[in-house]
Design a protein around this ligand. Structure first.
Ligand SMILES: [Zn+2]
Length: 673
């Protein structure tokens, strides 16, 4: 109660500082982007008296206090042409205090954003090259303290270097002479809509049955890197249709993938409601294996438009950028997105089903060899996400990492297979998707949810004690949740043939993942990224951070290292390694003789192949049947399924109302429209 009362007082006080509903004018001059600097100029309506201006701190999609404040320089605040002194808050570095003199109605604010040279993730990562720039609005603005970012309207203008083109989900009012004026919109919507600008920028129209336009806007450091295979647009059109068929509706007016292909920017995907910021290597489109990886990335970020943007955990749906987020439901936000991000490209034919199975095998194998889960339950990795995103790869197996992504995939596979078993394969997770994320087409809005909302929606699809089901897996410190894999009709097996998905990931990560053999992960340059406690490398006293100089008497190369593992079952002597750690050089013997071992999935004979059913296209275009778009969801009527249930629960009678679902928190709009 005390907390609420304080918050009310603060909100009322802070609102009084904003002069009116007048728009804040923002000009971002990106003509120095090739030199890695953005210049911002804001005009903020104010009233005389003390004012607090915030730099965005808690960034949606980044799930933490990651606004790149350290990259801000040149802050100047003036009123009526006279400079004002400002002071930083003593406790929160993102807040700046200034006294507005009598007679002043506006503050003029100038600041520069310096592109991070190395390190940094998401909007705090490098985003500019001489050929392109990704402009995230949260990096180049301040906002006056307000109860909600929905209460603030911005009129944004962007100035680009001569000859550069741009792409964004924003609405352009006018563009001439390299200056683009965007339609006025809320601060929420502005920060949710970055701009990709480049010398080489190609807009690919994605044809589909969706009523909403889709584009993949490709910017690269060379024109050649934007070239796509002939079937590129058509295949992504199938992805659009598969997602629409699965969810039943789309909650945007158009969608743009802003795809940056450059070796000189940070690599990641960051979701937005009507677009996504997707960044990867310059040569990604040139090879099939890297195009498979791109399909995972683009499907993951696109899925977030439903799972993360439209429906968002209440703890992450904060009213503005200075209110802390909580991540305890990230196993839904990211875990289910990871599950669908791998599945949807397979349904769409962006990669074959056997590649999908290889991906699941790699993930299941990794989490079967994750000793950190013995002390740290999955839910704790979600709660602690804001630490774990920035954690190094060293010790990640024991400490754990953002495991709510991939272990979340296994969890949701388990949910899907359990729904199928409970309903004699009449229902699946797709029914939950339509129920929880469907509704009707329209503008981007946010509908927050709680754990109980998820449980209720699952119960509507297939009655079960879902709270106990989920909690058992979220709180477990025993084995990984691989029950869904076995229920899908497949199980993990190992042989000496490389796993195609693992191979692609090793190429992208430039490392050798020897988790299941030597119990370590080594970068292509010989640096040990992680050691698995209890494995042969750990027993040989190798440690993360050490540099392997030589293997079996020869200078380290990735090929030689792989060969030493492959041939270990033909040798009686251990693998000899010379490694260097700081000033210490050590000769180490790894007692391993198991040869190469790679995870795959093999059929469990005599069981239904539910994985094949799960991966089958929902669009069914080959049969001419329409996808189940917009199909009304009907909660389970117990007597239809009671013969299938072995739980002994009392069945509900046909025609009785569905279990009561509590009202959602009233949706807050994310668009000014
Ligand atoms: Zn994600």
């Amino acid at each position: 109660m005390r907390k609420l009362r304080v918050l009310f007082f603060c909100a009322a006080f802070l609102l009084a500082q904003i002069a009116s509903a007048a728009s804040i004018r923002l000009l971002v001059d990106a003509t120095d982007a090739p030199h890695r600097v953005l210049h911002a100029h804001l005009v903020i309506p104010v009233r005389p008296g003390p004012v607090t201006l915030w730099y965005p701190k808690w960034i949606p999609g980044e799930h933490g206090p990651t606004g790149p404040l350290i990259q801000v320089a040149g802050l100047k605040i003036t009123a009526n042409g006279a400079p004002l002194s400002w002071s930083r808050d003593l406790r929160d570095m993102y807040a700046f205090h200034v006294d507005v003199p009598q007679g002043a109605t506006e503050l003029a604010v100038d600041l520069d954003f310096l592109d991070p040279v190395a390190g940094g993730q998401f909007t705090a990562g490098g985003s500019m090259t001489p050929q392109l720039a990704l402009i995230s609005w949260n990096t180049v603005l301040l906002y006056p303290a307000a109860a909600s970012s929905e209460d603030l309207t911005y009129e944004a203008t962007l100035r680009l270097p001569a000859g550069w083109q741009y792409a964004t989900a924003l609405t352009t009012v006018s563009a001439s002479g390299g200056e683009i004026h965007f339609a006025p919109l809320t601060l929420t919507h502005l920060i949710d809509s970055p701009v990709l600008a480049a010398v080489h920028l190609r807009k690919v129209d994605i044809p589909s049955a969706s009523p909403f336009p889709h584009h993949i806007d490709i910017a690269a450091d060379s024109d050649a890197a934007t070239a796509t295979p002939d079937d590129f647009a058509a295949k992504y059109g199938r992805l659009v249709e598969e997602e629409r068929a699965a969810f039943g509706a789309e909650h945007f007016r158009h969608y743009d993938w802003l795809l940056t292909l450059s070796n000189s920017v940070a690599h990641f995907g960051l979701e937005h409601h009507e677009s996504s910021d997707d960044r990867t290597d310059e040569d990604t489109l040139g090879e099939q294996a890297t195009r498979y990886g791109l399909a995972e990335l683009l499907a993951h970020e696109y899925t977030h438009s439903w799972n993360g943007k439209y429906r968002r955990p209440a703890g992450l749906a904060v009213p503005n950028y200075d209110v802390p987020m909580t991540g305890e439901l990230l196993w839904v936000y990211e875990g289910l997105t990871e599950f669908l991000g791998y599945l949807m490209p397979a349904r769409a034919g962006l990669y074959p089903i056997d590649y999908y199975r290889e991906s699941v095998a790699e993930i299941a194998s990794t989490y079967t060899h994750r000793p950190g889960r013995a002390w740290r339950p999955l839910v704790d990795t979600a709660i602690d996400a804001q630490d774990l995103y920035g954690a190094p790869s060293a010790w990640s197996s024991y400490r754990r990492s953002t495991d709510f992504y991939d272990e979340g995939l296994l969890l949701w596979l388990d949910v899907d297979m359990t729904i199928r078993k409970l309903t004699a394969d009449k229902r699946s997770l797709d029914d939950f998707l339509r129920h929880f994320y469907g509704g009707s087409d329209g503008d981007p809005v946010v509908k927050p949810y709680t754990f109980d909302d998820v449980v209720r929606a699952l119960n509507d699809v297939a009655p079960n004690d879902w709270a106990a089901f989920l909690n058992a897996r979220l709180q477990s410190t025993s084995s990984a949740p691989t029950g869904g894999l076995e229920s899908s009709g497949w199980k993990l097996a190992y042989d000496d043939l490389p796993n195609a998905a693992l191979e692609a990931h090793e190429k992208r990560n430039k490392n050798i993942d020897a988790t299941v053999t030597l119990g370590l992960v080594v970068h292509d340059d010989g640096r040990i990224e992680d050691v698995i406690p209890g494995g042969p490398a750990a027993k040989a006293a190798l440690v993360p951070g050490a540099m392997i100089l030589a293997v079996n008497g020869r200078r380290f190369t990735p090929e030689l290292f792989r060969a030493s593992i492959k041939e270990s079952n033909k040798r009686t002597s251990p693998i000899q390694v010379i490694d260097e750690s700081e000033d210490f050089v050590t000769v180490t013997s790894i007692d391993y003789h198991g040869g190469a071992r790679y995870p795959h999935l093999v059929r469990i004979e005599g069981t239904p192949d539910r994985m094949a059913q799960m991966v089958a296209s929902r669009v069914k275009r080959e049969t001419g049947r329409a996808p189940r778009v917009g199909q009304a969801f009907q909660p389970v009527v117990w007597d239809r399924l009671s013969s299938l249930s072995s739980s002994g629960r009392e069945p509900r009678q046909a025609g009785k109302p569905a279990p009561h679902r509590g009202p959602y928190t009233p949706p807050s709009r994310i668009t000014s429209r």
